[in-house]
Design a binder for this molecule. Structure first.
Ligand code: 13P
Length: 287
C-alpha cells in the first residue's frame, strides 16, 4: 500500500520505534526491501536519491516499478516512496512523478532561504497528500558526489524549520553518510536531546544509519528518532555476496551467468540486512 510517510512516522514516534528508510538502486533492491517489509509486517520507506532516480531511468520509472510490485507481490504493509536529499527542482519533479514523500535538503542555504523554500514546498506537498522532510545542519560524508562535514544542528534553527509544518526533520548530530572513520566521535545525544525538547512530537530522522552501533541506535530512538536511513550497508552486503559468488566461479558453472542466478546472493544479502535493521529499529509487526 503506497502511502505518505507522515502517519507511519507519527505512530513510530509515539510507539518509541523507528521506521527504516532503505535506499533503492534497482529492481533487485526494491523487490528485496518490499518482500522483507511484508515478511516482517513492517512499514517501510524506499529512499531514492537524485542520482539513483536518474540511474533507474527517471522518477516515473521508479514510481511505476514500485506501484507494480506493490500490486503484483501483494505488498499490504505501508510503503512510502521518498526523495532523499532533494534539491528544490527535484522536489517538484518527484511531486509530479507521484512520489508519496519528499525530502527538501535546504541545509546548504542560509537559514532564511531554507525557510522560504521549505515553506513553499510544505504547502505544495501537503496539497497533494505528500509528506515532506527538511534538514538542518549538513550531514557529513559523501552522497552523490556531495561531501559535507558532520555537523551538529542548532536546536533553535531546528525549531524554526519544524514550525513550518514539515512532517519530519533530519538534524545533524555528528552522523555521516557512508562508513564511519575509526576516530569518529559518535552521535551527540546532547544535541539530539536539545532538539527534541524544542520540537516535541515531531518525528526526527537519523541519516547515515550504516555502521552506527546498536546501542547508539537504541538511544537515538529513545530520544525521538523515528526514521533511520540506511544505504551503504545494503550496498556492502550486496557487493560482498556477489563477490563471493564470482570468486567461487559459480557464474561459470551451468547457467550461473544468468542474472537471475548471479544477482540472487546479493538479493538475499539485502533481505538479511533489511530484516536485521527492522528488528533493531523495532518496526517489526508495526504495519
Ligand atoms: P548510509 O549510506 O550511511 O547508510 O546513509 C544513508 C542515508 O542517510 C541516506 O540519506
Amino acid at each position: 500500500m503506497l502511502v505518505s510517510a507522515a502517519e507511519m512516522l507519527k505512530k513510530a514516534k509515539a510507539g518509541h520505534y523507528a521506521v527504516g528508510q532503505f535506499n533503492i538502486n534497482n529492481l533487485e533492491w526494491t523487490k528485496a526491501i518490499l518482500l522483507t517489509a511484508q515478511e516482517c509486517n513492517s512499514p517501510v520507506i524506499l529512499g531514492v536519491s537524485e542520482g539513483a532516480g536518474k540511474y533507474m531511468g527517471g522518477y516515473k520509472t521508479v514510481v511505476g516499478m514500485v506501484k507494480g510490485m506493490i500490486e503484483c507481490l501483494n505488498i499490504t504493509v505501508p510503503v512510502a516512496i521518498h526523495l532523499d536529499h532533494g534539491s528544490y527542482d527535484h522536489c517538484y519533479k518527484c511531486l509530479e512523478a507521484g512520489f508519496s514523500s519528499i525530502m527538501f535538503d535546504g541545509s546548504h542555504y542560509p537559514i532564511e532561504e531554507n525557510v522560504a523554500k521549505t515553506t513553499e514546498l510544505v504547502a505544495k506537498a501537503h496539497a497533494m497528500g505528500v509528506s515532506i522532510e527538511a534538514e538542518v545542519g549538513s550531514i557529513g560524508g559523501e552522497e552523490d558526489g556531495v561531501v559535507g562535514m558532520g555537523e551538529c544542528a542548532d536546536p533553535a534553527e531546528c525549531k524554526k524549520i519544524a514550525d513550518l509544518g514539515v512532517d519530519f526533520l533530519a538534524a545533524g548530530i555528528g552522523n555521516i553518510h557512508g562508513k564511519y572513520p575509526a576516530n569518529w566521535a559518535g552521535l551527540s545525544f546532547e544535541t539530539l536531546d536539545a532538539i527534541q525538547q524544542l520540537t516535541g512530537e515531531l518525528p526526527l530522522v537519523l541519516h547515515g544509519g550504516t555502521g552506527i552501533p546498536a546501542e547508539m541506535i537504541k538511544k537515538a530512538i529513545s530520544l525521538g528518532v523515528a526514521k533511520i536511513n540506511v544505504n551503504t550497508e545494503c550496498q556492502l552486503a550486496f557487493a560482498a555476496a556477489t563477490r563471493e559468488y564470482i570468486e567461487a566461479g559459480k557464474d561459470q558453472q551451468g547457467k550461473g551467468y544468468d542474472p537471475r542466478k548471479l544477482l540472487a546472493p546479493g538479493f538475499e544479502a539485502i533481505k538479511a540486512t533489511v530484516k536485521e535493521k527492522m528488528e533493531l529499529f523495532g518496526s517489526v509487526g508495526q504495519a
